[in-house]
Ligand binder design. Structure first.
Ligand SMILES: [Zn+2]
Ligand SMILES: [Zn+2]
Length: 231
């Protein structure tokens, strides 16, 4: 109650501005309606891996070899201006973009057809990368979702124990080699249904490996939630 009142007061004193065009946002978000319309929301996807398609149907890869996780949900395509927004978080430490994207995603994930997991695990970064960047972007992006959907975040059970070169220029096979034994489940996971959260999914190698580790450690169902799907 007090929070709502404070929020109202704050909005009157400092009306939210659009992070993309700097106009008065006229919405509850730091984004105006015009810029919101320009966001690359996913329309049709593969129900397993969220690959963008012309219609909702299993993609060829999932038909041949279904992933270890049950469903991947990705509200956005990794396309302009969303790629810019994520890069602003990762490489320019502009965490206001993480909060905005997290709030937008909260609406997308809060739908009756989406089964809520018991916990959310953000894909861990190696401590060396955390020191370089100062934070884990997946954790920052998922905070507003966890809060709004009232799902706990488990940030400690799963660790990245091997510092690996950046994945961007590697093929799927190289990515797999690169990530072998990169993760460790160090504590028993106290949940039967887990959602892994990552900022961007490209080939899906990272979340596939992590999903397998979680299932081996006794988790019954793993879903993957990502901000943006490339492909
Ligand atoms: Zn705008
Ligand atoms: Zn698929």
């Amino acid at each position: 109650m007090v929070y709502n009142w404070l929020k109202k007061l704050q909005n009157n004193l400092f009306p939210p501005r659009c992070l993309l065009c700097n106009a008065d946002s006229k919405t509850e978000f730091d984004l105006c309606l015009g810029c919101c319309d320009d966001l690359p929301f996913q329309l049709h996807t593969c129900p397993r891996c969220a690959l963008p398609l012309q219609m909702n149907q299993l993609c060829g890869t999932c038909q041949k070899k279904p992933p270890a996780y049950t469903h991947c949900i990705a509200p956005f395509n990794y396309a302009p201006p969303l790629d810019y927004m994520i890069q602003q978080v990762k490489y320019s430490k502009k965490l206001a973009y993480a909060r905005l994207l997290g709030e937008l995603m909260s609406h997308q994930f809060n739908q009756p057809k989406i089964t809520k997991p018991d916990i959310i695990i953000p894909v861990p970064l190696h401590p060396k990368r955390i020191r370089e960047r100062g934070f884990n972007q997946s954790l920052e992006l998922v905070r507003p979702i966890a809060k709004s959907l009232n799902i706990p975040i488990d940030y400690h059970s799963c660790q990245r124990i091997r510092h690996t070169p950046k994945q961007a220029d590697l093929t799927a096979t190289q990515r797999h080699e690169n990530l072998k034994n990169a993760f460790q489940i160090s504590k028993e996971i106290d949940a039967s249904h887990v959602a892994l959260f990552d900022d961007v999914m490209t080939t899906g190698t990272t979340v596939e490996l992590l999903a397998k580790e979680l299932i081996t450690s006794g988790v019954e169902r793993v879903d993957v939630w990502v901000c943006a799907r490339a492909g």
